[in-house]
Design a protein around this ligand. Structure first.
Ligand code: GLN
Length: 488
């Protein structure tokens, strides 16, 4: 059997037991990357030599009987907006195309400490702004299930890499859905943890009050495995939550235990906004839970519909401030065609940023400008609070909320690029979790009639990822969606 058939957990256990060599996994996956990534376009860079060295080191440690970490020898991909000393950290932007980070992000240190093997950096929408990875300034990524379709975004490279078996698991970042929506489009599992659960140190900032790093994996067990490695306090991120505020559980410990008396909140008016095939798949998934004894509770989330408007004010405002540092002086691309220092700034930015990033910087700068701050940014923050309260009330009545991840399955490449507003609407179901800071997972729950995956979104209260993953696992065990693979 090919090692690529194994989950990360199975591979790790085989390596730890000395039955599998990490170097064999790395060799096999690079064979597959060489064969298929020219079509899929998941990776911006790969680190073959470094990966082989790490794999040899893990194998040697195991042979010598030395202790090993929880991801020993497992090949993992990382979205290219997380700083790493080796290679470049591009954010899929021309402005950072040659940027070499002098330090590793917190999550990279955690992966390395856990003895994972990092294969390379994956493609994304430039600075994580987008829902299809078509905004990448460097390359195109396609959906492994159908190469005329987008992989979703912005973590489209990570999702495509996991789906196409070009790695065993990957990290993504989610500001408004960028882990969950591509997970849904590519038929993999993607978790956005609670804001503050995973350190953002070394994650290139987009919307700082919304950004969270999380895993994209083949199944829920692998998500739990990765969370065990990346979750936890880091003093270098002031929004990282301490152990005393919310301790980090062992996400694998009770994963197989179903939740007794599970109560699921549903918001009927929301599900109606999805395509019929998506809505039907969600309905069927709810039935699976009911058959397992769960109770459905109808709740209202009256402010949910304002999430898009609110997000595109807050995220763009924060982006305009975060992206001010790319000016051709501090670091990044500098124009060679400037007569004075004002032109250094303006031309470096004009040449380096793509259209969507410029659009958002303009929107955000406008929203923060004097006279408009109160009308837009402050108002959006107030609405954000109301959305958060909707969730608080829902979680008083139920253990989780279930809804679609996206109103559609993966759309065609080019279908929405001419109309940014249509693209923004693709995020209607995912943004609210970032507004409220709550954890949310996307798991496969079926296929549409042209064979594209549908995702189920499950949301729960702050810092309850352990229960959230148990709820997801209950469903996963009852279904066989994971046995299907993209036709490569
Ligand atoms: N699709 C959303 C956007 O375009 C979310 C992006 C993200 O989560 N990084 O901003």
């Amino acid at each position: 059997m090919s090692l690529l058939e194994l989950t990360a957990r199975q591979l790790r256990d085989g390596i730890a037991a000395g039955q599998i060599k990490s170097i064999d996994a790395v060799t096999e996956v690079f064979g597959r990357i060489d064969a298929h990534d020219p079509t899929i376009g998941a990776y911006i860079t790969t680190f073959k030599e470094a990966a082989m060295e790490s794999a040899f080191a893990v194998d040697a440690r195991i042979a010598a009987g030395n202790p090993i970490g929880p991801l020993a020898g497992v090949p993992i991909a990382v979205k290219d907006n997380m700083c790493m000393q080796i290679g470049s950290t591009t954010c899929a932007s021309k402005i950072l195309a040659d940027f070499r980070s002098p330090y590793d992000a917190h999550v990279i240190e955690k992966l390395t400490d856990a003895d994972a093997v990092i294969l390379g950096k994956t493609n994304l929408d430039e600075f994580a702004m987008g829902s299809s990875t078509e905004n990448s300034g460097l390359k195109q990524t396609v959906n492994p299930w159908n190469t005329t379709r987008v992989p979703g975004g912005s973590s489209g490279g990570s999702a495509a890499a996991v789906a196409a078996r070009l790695c065993w698991a990957a990290l993504g970042s989610d500001t408004g859905g960028s882990i969950r929506q591509p997970a849904s489009f590519c038929g993999v599992t993607g978790l956005k943890p609670t804001y503050g659960r995973v350190s953002r140190y070394g994650l290139v900032a987009y919307g700082s009050s919304l950004d969270q790093i999380g895993p994209l994996t083949r199944d829920v067990t692998d998500t739990a495995l990765l969370m065990n490695v990346i979750a936890g306090h880091d003093q270098r991120d002031s929004t990282s939550v301490s152990e005393s505020q919310a301790s980090v559980p062992d996400y694998l410990a009770d994963l197989e235990e179903p939740i007794q008396g599970l109560k699921i909140a549903v918001v009927s008016h929301l599900n109606e906004g999805a395509e019929t095939e998506v809505a039907d798949a969600i309905g069927a998934a709810l039935q699976v839970y009911k058959d397992r004894g769960a109770e459905l509770v109808e709740v209202e989330m009256p402010h949910f519909d304002y999430a898009i408007a609110c997000y595109y004010v807050i995220a763009t405002a924060e982006a305009s401030s975060n992206l001010a540092r790319y000016d051709g002086v501090h670091y990044g691309h500098r124009t060679t065609d400037a007569d004075d220092y004002v032109q250094v700034y303006s031309k470096s930015r004009a040449e380096g940023f793509g259209a969507e990033v410029k659009r958002r910087i303009m929107l955000g700068t406008y929203a923060l400008s004097s006279g408009y701050y109160d009308a837009y940014y402050l108002k959006a923050l107030k609405v954000r609070n109301l959305i958060r309260q909707d969730f608080t009330k829902a979680f008083e009545q139920a253990d989780c909320v279930i809804m679609p991840v996206s109103p559609t399955t993966a759309f065609k490449i080019g279908e929405k690029t001419a109309d940014p507003l249509q693209m923004y609407l693709a995020d209607v179901y995912t943004l609210a979790a970032n507004m409220a800071g709550v954890p949310s997972v996307s798991i496969p729950c079926g296929f549409d009639k042209v064979g594209l995956p549908v995702g189920l979104q499950i949301l729960s209260g702050p810092f309850t990822e352990d229960r959230l993953l148990r709820i997801a696992r209950m469903y996963e065990k009852q279904t066989d969606w994971l046995t299907r693979q993209p036709p490569l």
